[in-house]
Structure formats: structure tokens, C-alpha cells
Design a protein around this ligand. Structure first.
Ligand code: AMP
Ligand code: TRP
Length: 334
């Protein structure tokens, strides 16, 4: 068996990237590129499982690419490309649609959340979305997949699909079983307005999230308005169990300041949440606004961004084509 480690991950081009994407995924992408070969994909085919206005999709693909670069991904080190430019993703997705089971897909909680109460009206694409995600990963025989905690179930499905393919076609170890790399401390950044929900691009209120593009003023305002707690900060994490908003702010502070949550709580014990908010806004501004500025600069040169994607897809296609040849062969396609 080939023991080569390879990282693959994808981000949907559906609008503003936010602090959840940054702490749950992008920051990890950047540190992994120092250790392993990495492929990072703007997953436009996943985005269209829910209708996207064509002109918006086009701009969002470029903006997500710019966000990759602005957070520190280096196109000379990592392969950066958009999914639809390598047709192997769709081809392998079809093959895997025939390996994956309806019963498996019926368990996917993201589909249940996204499809809402009227599942009959959801696109077929949204339903089989996790099979396409498995295809993304397996097309490159990726071994490690950095994602936020919300993608854990999809990754488990990718492993099941890989395993069933290896069994069905009698090729043990053909597909490596991809391992999720989920941040330990903060795998799920929650909404600033309602910490029972994750921070997301789709929540209506912009006050629910810190976007990578936000100015210092916006970050200040959003953190000041974030829900917290009327009591003082306690000296023990256990006392925060029923206070998800307060815990979320402390968690973000701990992650950005690179201090353990226990230490942060001790440092802040007895203080009002306004004290935490002032400090949190300060370090967020320091970390996020340089990324936002770089992002705005990159967005001015769309042809540069397109060149990055094109070069990336040329590199990705070489790996994909080679693997697809073997996959077709295993399945018996001529
Ligand atoms: P998406 O924007 O849904 O394509 O997500 C891109 C990456 O960001 C995935 O790895 C997600 O797991 C991660 N992610 C999205 N929202 C959050 C969040 N609120 N907290 C942590 N990670 C997140
Ligand atoms: N489903 C992921 C999300 O919404 C995005 C994604 C698509 C992905 N293909 C992937 C992530 C492959 C990791 C690996 O966040």
C-alpha cells in the first residue's frame, strides 16, 4: 500500500467566510501546508445543490479563492482550485452514488437541517451531496481531511463508502480511509446571537458572525452586541454549562489568544463580560483585519485569482486522471 499522506479539504463558495470557517478550517489548512502535501478546493458543485444566482456564484468562487490566499495558503505549496474545473469529481461521484446506500444518506443530519420541513422540494443534489464529498476526497486518495465538527458525519460516510468500494471490488486498501482532522479546542464556533446554533453564512443577521472582511468598527460593534450574561464571569468552567453564549465568547478568546480555556476563565473571573468583550474585540481586530485587507486587495485582481485556479486545476487534474484510470479499471469500465 502507498503510505503517502495527503490532505484534502473543501469550502463552499456561498458568500462571506467567517470566524467559524477560519477557526474550524482555514487556520488548520495553513498549518498543514507546512507538513504535508495539501489540496484545497472551492467546492462550487456543492454550492449549487441550493440555487445560486450565476453572477453571485462566479464572484463567490473568486472571493473564496482570495480568502484562501489571504489567510496564508501558498499556491506554490498547496494545490488550490475549483471543483467543477476537474470533471473527475462528477464522474467519481456517479460511481460512488452506486456504492453508497440510501439508508446511509437517510441518516445525514445536514440534509435534514438544510432541506427543512418540505424534503420533497429539496434538490436531488442536496440529498446526494455527501457522495460528492466522498468523491472529492477519494479522487485524490486523500488520507487527512481538516474540517469543522459539523462535517464529522459526512467524513464517516466517506470512510464507509471507501471501505465498501474496497470490499465490493476486491481491492483491499485501494482507497485509504480518510481521517478527519477536527480542531480540538474549538471545533464549532457558535452564532453570536444564539449560541445553540453554529456561526454560519446563512444566518440572516450579520450580527451573528464575524466575517473575514469586517472592518475594525464592525468587529467592535458585533462583539459589543454579542449575547453574553448579566452575571460576572465565574471562576470555574462548570458554571458556564448553561450559558452557551458566554462560553462561546470565552472559547473564541481562548483560541485566538492561544491560552487554555481554564486559564482564560481564571484570568477573567469576577469581571463583567464587557471587560472580556473589550479584550476579545482587540485581539480579533488584530488577527482578522489584516486578512480582510489582503482579501480586498486580492479581489481587485480577478485575473490573478483565475490564473491561480487554472494552474491549480491543471495540477489537480493530473492526479485525478491517474487515479480515475485505476478506478474505472477496478469497476470494469472500458
Ligand atoms: P462551509 O462554509 O460550510 O463550506 O464550511 C467550510 C469549512 O468551515 C468546513 O470545514 C466546516 O466544517 C467549517 N465551518 C463552518 N462553519 C463553522 C463553525 N461555525 N465552526 C467551526 N467550523 C466551521
Ligand atoms: N461539505 C463541506 C462543508 O460544507 C465542504 C466540502 C465539500 C468538503 N467537499 C469536501 C470538506 C471534501 C472536506 C473534504 O463544509
Amino acid at each position: 500500500m502507498n503510505n503517502k499522506k495527503l490532505v484534502f479539504s473543501g469550502v463552499q463558495p456561498t458568500g462571506n467566510l467567517h470566524l467559524g470557517n477560519y477557526l474550524g478550517a482555514l487556520k488548520n489548512f495553513v498549518s498543514l501546508q507546512k507538513e504535508m502535501e495539501c489540496i484545497y478546493c472551492v467546492v462550487d458543485l456543492h454550492a449549487i445543490t441550493v440555487f445560486q444566482k450565476p453572477s453571485e456564484l462566479y464572484n463567490n468562487v473568486l472571493e473564496t479563492t482570495a480568502s484562501f490566499l489571504a489567510t496564508g495558503l501558498n499556491p506554490d505549496k498547496s494545490i488550490i482550485f475549483n471543483q467543477s474545473s476537474v470533471s473527475g469529481h462528477s464522474e467519481l461521484a456517479w460511481i460512488l452514488n452506486c456504492v453508497s446506500r440510501i439508508g446511509w444518506l437517510n441518516r445525514m443530519t445536514q440534509f435534514k437541517d438544510k432541506a427543512g420541513s418540505d424534503k420533497e422540494k429539496a434538490s436531488v443534489g442536496l440529498y446526494i451531496y455527501p457522495n460528492l464529498m466522498a468523491a472529492d476526497i477519494l479522487l485524490y486518495k486523500a488520507t487527512h481531511v481538516p474540517v469543522g465538527a459539523d462535517q464529522k458525519q459526512h467524513l464517516e460516510l466517506s470512510r464507509d463508502i471507501a471501505q465498501k468500494f474496497n470490499n465490493d471490488f476486491d481491492c483491499k486498501n485501494f482507497f485509504p480511509l480518510p481521517e478527519p482532522l477536527i480542531p480540538k479546542n474549538i471545533s464549532r464556533v457558535m452564532s453570536l446571537r444564539d449560541a445553540t446554533k453554529k456561526m454560519s453564512k446563512s444566518e440572516e443577521s450579520d450580527y451573528s458572525r464575524i466575517n473575514l472582511k469586517d472592518s475594525a468598527d464592525e468587529i467592535n460593534r458585533k462583539i459589543r452586541k454579542a449575547k453574553s450574561d448579566s452575571q460576572q464571569i465565574p471562576d470555574n468552567i462548570k458554571l458556564l454549562e448553561n450559558k452557551p453564549e458566554a462560553l462561546n465568547l470565552l472559547n473564541i478568546y481562548s483560541e485566538i489568544s492561544k491560552n487554555k480555556l481554564e486559564a482564560v476563565v481564571l484570568e477573567m473571573a469576577g469581571k463583567e463580560y464587557s471587560f472580556l468583550k473589550t479584550k476579545l474585540a482587540e485581539i480579533l481586530i488584530e488577527e482578522i483585519t489584516p486578512i480582510g485587507k489582503e482579501l480586498q486587495k486580492l479581489l481587485k485582481d480577478k485575473s490573478y485569482l483565475k490564473t491561480i485556479l487554472q494552474k491549480g486545476s491543471e495540477k489537480a487534474s493530473i492526479i485525478a486522471e491517474e487515479n480515475l484510470k485505476n478506478i474505472r479499471d477496478k469497476v470494469g469500465l472500458i
